[in-house]
Design a protein around this ligand. Structure first.
Ligand code: AMP
Length: 280
């Protein structure tokens, strides 16, 4: 496993993989690697790709009052993780390497990015797209790997790649959960045991939503009302948004279309912001 921290070395290593006839998949992450990331590395390896994991706490995607400073950084542990999971390379550039002081480009997508997280974290997807487009140009992978945990991110990136006619294969994998149902996230480390217990109700609400749809309910209002009711029972929990949307466009739906609809939730447990979603 190669540990790389400069753009030039990453470009050269990726070029090497390609000239050796290997197929390269890029998995962009913020680091603090966990079981969710591992499942995506395995998914890509299973499809025959050499996996490049980027580990970069991207300053562009954090808002002014968000957790950029306190986001966990653990490069050595992440490198052992990548080694163990069979990644071909871990690319961990510094912020100066990625975005030197004179960097002035911004890449934004203005439709799929707008609802849900686009409202509560307005700079998020511009930050993600700007960073990822740069990573894609450096690594020039055959495939890009993403987790359904961030369903809107998948939709935004798909749309951006389609608009740019970038013929990248997209691999996406299901959300990995703890035994109790909590979606695995680096931010779960911020939770106290009590907060964690309260956060669990969100997964219960999503499962109830799915159960209603499986039982034939098609009214988004009814399903949202039920899920909201379940989440309202927890004192520390504040819903930022809850919506039923089309999984590709992220447009709100009144009528659920099984197989295409998604319920997405963002919430605070005290001062910790988490997200989750379920395909309906
Ligand atoms: P992050 O490091 O949080 O930016 O996540 C990097 C990639 O891993 C994104 O494509 C996420 O959607 C994905 N990911 C994060 N958490 C999970 C999870 N619990 N299950 C599956 N994929 C995940």
């Amino acid at each position: 496993m190669q540990k790389i921290d400069t753009l030039a070395a990453m470009r050269a290593a990726a070029e090497n993989f390609r000239t050796e006839g290997q197929k390269v998949a890029l998995l962009p992450t913020l680091g603090a690697l966990h079981a969710g990331h591992a499942s995506l590395i395995r998914l890509a390896r299973g499809r025959g790709f050499e996996v490049v994991v980027s580990v970069f706490v991207n300053p562009l995607q954090f808002g002014a009052n968000e957790d950029f400073a306190k986001y966990p950084r653990q490069a050595a542990a992440d490198a052992s993780f990548c080694e163990r999971e069979g990644a071909a390379a871990m690319f961990a550039p510094s912020a100066e390497e990625m975005f030197p002081r004179n960097f002035s480009l911004q890449v934004s997508e203005d439709r799929v990015s707008k609802p849900l997280c686009g409202v509560s974290r307005p700079g998020l997807f511009r930050g993600v797209l700007t960073c990822w487009l740069k990573l894609l140009h450096v690594v020039q992978p055959h495939a890009l790997v993403m987790g359904e945990k961030d369903a809107q991110q998948i939709a935004v990136v798909r749309k951006a790649l389609a608009d740019l006619s970038l013929p990248l294969e997209i691999l996406s994998g299901p959300t990995v959960r703890e035994a109790d149902g909590l979606a695995v996230s680096a931010r779960n480390g911020y939770l106290t045991p009590t907060q964690r217990e309260e956060a669990l109700v969100v997964n219960r609400a999503l499962l109830r939503a799915k159960e209603m749809v499986d039982g034939g309910v098609r009214s988004a209002d009814r399903v949202v009302a039920e899920a909201t009711h379940i989440m309202a029972q927890k004192r520390r929990l504040r819903v930022i948004y809850i919506g039923i949307v089309h999984r590709d466009t992220m447009e709100a739906q009144r009528e659920i279309t099984p197989g295409q609809s998604l319920m997405a939730v963002a919430f605070w447990v005290d001062e910790v912001r988490l997200t989750d979603n379920i395909a309906l």
